[in-house]
Design a protein around this ligand. Structure first.
Ligand code: DI6
Ligand code: FE
Length: 397
């Protein structure tokens, strides 16, 4: 496949979009084999069958590197409660919140979970997503955690999308372990991780390090188990308070630390040192009416790569639009349109340990978006407007 007469944003470094005004991309099989100015196209790729994209913008396809798209039920009633003055933490302490989704997810069949997840995934695909991270964490028992991960894998069998799974057994303490978080970690979370890994269901291990979830010492035990299995780690850190999650993530060389509203300059320095990506989740900030913004200036200063993701989940971020997420990153956190686009492409790929996605260069997967847009800033600028013209997944349109 040859795409010609394109405006291409190659995104191979942090400093610029890497725009090529009259560009061509050559694809063989599922990989990009050549990209550059059309006038420089090697004769071997010159072909009558080249597809003229009429100067449309071509970018790497979008990557949502933090989602919880597999879950039972919804939390519209909790949304209503919060509007009547109850806080997110109060809802969680009263057995609502994550635990109410756990009850619904335990009851749902695999087919129902898949059908519901696909409605959200289809919305993501319609905006150009080709790689999606999906977490477990609404089962909190062995059978349901495995069920969630099997559903996550099934998504990739049903749709042209790649799915990366994260085991999030340390998401909340289930009701049957109330007041006994350490026992939950040892008796359920770690053995379930080992069982899920044995079934080939786990690409990375995540945790929720927070006052309403698990402390750094408890998460460290889960990370030690991940390390023993050779699995990379990532962490929900400093979302509602600072309890040392970012430092822990850095100590374990995590792929990413996510949320980070309450992270500080020292945390940013530690993440930079560890090569950990900061995943910014404006959907949760917006939904919870959080007022503390993540320390974007510190991430810039220390050169921490920033990703942006939907955090699509039924409670704190019922959001399936990565384009709106980019707009929120810019408007709420003053990220630039370049940072926003890098955040849903190259840096999102890095947050998943997938170096051969997220940029347009020879050797990378041919995952591309063709947009009805002239400049990449348009992708972050509009609200509720989808300029996707077409999407290429692993060389296929
Ligand atoms: N942080 C979040 O934003 C989601 N999980 C987490 O650890 C929220 C999950 C939920 O409220 O259902
Ligand atoms: Fe999350």
């Amino acid at each position: 496949m040859i795409l010609t007469n394109a405006t291409i944003a190659i995104l191979t470094d942090d400093a610029s979009f890497g725009l090529i005004a009259d560009g061509t991309i050559a694809i063989e099989g599922d990989r990009i084999v050549w990209v550059g100015a059309s006038k420089d196209l090697p004769t071997q790729y010159q072909s009558d069958a080249a597809q003229d994209v009429e100067q449309r913008l071509v970018t790497p396809a979008l990557i949502d590197c933090h989602s919880h798209v597999v879950f039972g039920g919804n939390r519209a009633a909790e949304f209503e409660q919060r509007l009547n003055g109850v806080s997110y933490e109060e809802v969680a302490k009263a057995g609502g919140g994550i635990v109410s989704t756990v009850t619904a997810t335990r009851m749902a069949t695999e087919d129902d979970l898949l059908k519901d997840a696909l409605t959200r995934v289809d919305a993501m695909i319609a905006e150009g997503v080709t790689l999606l991270e999906v977490k477990s964490g609404y089962g909190l028992d062995r059978d349901t955690e495995l069920k969630m991960l099997r559903v996550a894998r099934a998504i990739a069998a049903c749709r042209p999308i790649r799915v990366h799974t994260s085991f999030l057994g340390a998401h909340a303490v289930p009701p049957e372990y109330t007041g006994r978080p350490d026992a939950y970690i040892d008796e359920v979370c770690i053995p379930t991780l080992q069982a899920a890994h044995a079934e080939g269901l786990v690409d990375a291990v995540d945790g929720f390090c927070e006052g309403i979830a698990f402390d750094a010492a408890q998460i460290a035990r889960v990370f030690d188990a991940a390390r023993a299995l050779g699995l990379p780690v990532k962490l929900h850190a400093e979302q509602l308070s600072n309890i040392g999650g970012a430092q822990l993530a850095a100590r374990y060389g995590a792929l990413s630390a996510d949320h980070l509203e309450y992270a500080n300059d020292a945390d940013a320095a530690a993440l930079a040192q560890a090569g950990t990506v900061a995943v910014i989740l404006p959907g949760a900030f917006y939904t919870l009416r959080e007022t503390q913004a993540p320390p974007i200036a510190a991430f810039r200063k220390h050169r921490v790569p920033m990703a942006l993701a939907t955090d699509c989940n039924p409670g704190s971020s019922p959001l399936a639009s990565l384009l709106l997420t980019m707009n929120m990153g810019c408007t709420l956190f003053r990220m630039t349109p370049l940072e926003a686009l890098l955040g849903v492409t190259r840096h999102a790929a890095q947050a998943l340990g997938q170096a051969d996605r997220g940029t347009i260069r020879p050797g990378a997967f041919a995952d591309l978006c063709i947009w009805d847009a002239a400049h990449p800033a348009e992708l972050s600028y509009r609200i509720g407007f989808n300029p996707l013209h077409s999407r290429i997944f692993q060389g296929a349109q």
